[in-house]
Design a protein around this ligand. Structure first.
Ligand code: ADP
Length: 255
C-alpha cells in the first residue's frame, strides 16, 4: 500500500474549556499509541496557544515542505507532528480571524503524513465555529473528551459532548484528568474531589469512560521539559498506555 492510500483515522481530542490538560493528554496518548506499535501522527490544532512543540521536544524546529504540502517534524518519541508553533516565532501572537485559522489548520492536517494510520488532533479548547468547521471538513473517526472532575460536575464537558454530537462525530469516551492528588513527598494519593464521580457522571450520560490520570506534579514538570511521562515507565506511563488501549478498542467499535 502506498503512503497516500493509507486509511488514516483522525482521533479528535477536545474539552469544554482550557486548562484541563487536553494538550498534555493528546501528546501522551500519541506517544502511548506509538509505543504500542501504531503509526501515529499528532496535529496541534490549538493554533491560538500551541503547546505541542514544548511537550514533545520539537520547539524551534521548522517543517520542510514539498510542493504545497508540509512535511511533519519528527519528535524523539516516534511521533511525527505539526503545530502552528512550528510555523511562527516562539511567543509571537497569532491573532487570526476564522477563515485564516481554518486554512492554517488545513495545512497541518493535509500534510505529508506518510504511513500514519492514526492522527491525534489536539483541538482548541471550547466549542466555537473553528472546532465545528474542522470537524465537518476533516471528519474524525472518533472523539475523546478530556475533563477534570470539577469540569464534569460543572457541565463544561457537556458542551464539548454537544459539539461532537452536532458534528456527528462518534464519541469514543471521556478521560478524567487531574483525578486524585499524588503527594510529591510520600507518593500517597488523596482525592480532594472525591473518587469515581467523573466516571459515574460519564456513565450516567451514556458516555464510555476511558480512564483517569492523577494530578501529579511530575506530569507538569516532565511536560515542561519535553519529556512525556508516556515515554517512560511506572504508574503514569501505565495510565496512558491503558487509556491508549481503551481508545483503540473504542475506535474499533465505531468501525
Ligand atoms: P489544556 O490543553 O487543556 O489547556 P494543558 O495540557 O496545557 O491544558 O495543561 C495545563 C497545565 O496543567 C499544564 O501546566 C500541564 O503541565 C498541567 N497538567 C496537565 N495534566 C496534569 C496532571 N494530570 N497533573 C499535573 N499537572 C497537569
Amino acid at each position: 500500500m502506498t503512503a497516500d492510500r493509507v486509511q488514516r483515522r483522525i482521533i479528535a481530542v477536545g474539552s469544554g474549556k482550557g486548562g484541563v490538560g487536553k494538550s498534555t493528554l493528546s501528546a501522551n496518548l500519541a506517544v502511548a499509541l506509538a509505543r504500542s506499535g501504531r503509526k501515529v501522527g499528532l496535529v496541534d490544532a490549538d493554533i491560538y496557544g500551541p503547546s505541542q512543540p514544548r511537550l514533545l521536544a520539537t520547539e524551534g524546529r521548522r517543517p520542510e515542505s514539498e510542493g504545497k504540502q508540509l512535511i511533519p517534524v519528527q519528535s524523539p518519541f516516534g511521533v511525527p507532528m505539526l503545530s502552528m508553533g512550528h510555523l511562527v516565532q516562539p511567543g509571537q501572537a497569532i491573532a487570526w480571524r476564522g477563515p485564516m485559522a481554518g486554512n492554517a489548520l488545513g495545512q497541518l492536517i493535509d500534510a505529508q503524513w506518510g504511513d500514519a494510520e492514526l492522527l491525534v488532533v489536539d483541538l482548541p479548547p471550547g466549542t466555537g465555529d473553528l472546532q465545528l468547521t474542522m470537524l465537518q471538513k476533516y471528519k474524525p473517526a472518533g472523539a475523546v473528551i478530556v475533563s477534570t472532575p470539577q469540569d464534569l460536575a460543572l457541565m463544561d464537558a457537556t458542551r464539548a459532548i454537544g459539539l461532537f454530537e452536532q458534528g456527528q462525530v462518534p464519541l469514543l469516551g471521556l478521560v478524567e484528568n487531574m483525578a486524585g492528588y499524588i503527594c510529591p513527598h510520600c507518593g500517597e494519593q488523596s482525592d480532594p474531589f472525591g473518587h469515581g464521580g467523573a466516571e459515574a457522571a460519564a456513565r450516567e450520560r451514556g458516555i464510555a469512560f476511558l480512564g483517569r490520570v492523577p494530578l501529579d506534579i511530575a506530569i507538569r514538570r516532565q511536560s515542561d521539559a519535553g519529556d512525556p511521562p508516556a515515554a517512560g515507565t511506572g504508574p503514569l506511563a501505565d495510565a496512558y498506555t491503558a487509556i491508549a488501549r481503551a481508545v483503540l478498542a473504542a475506535l474499533d467499535a465505531v468501525g
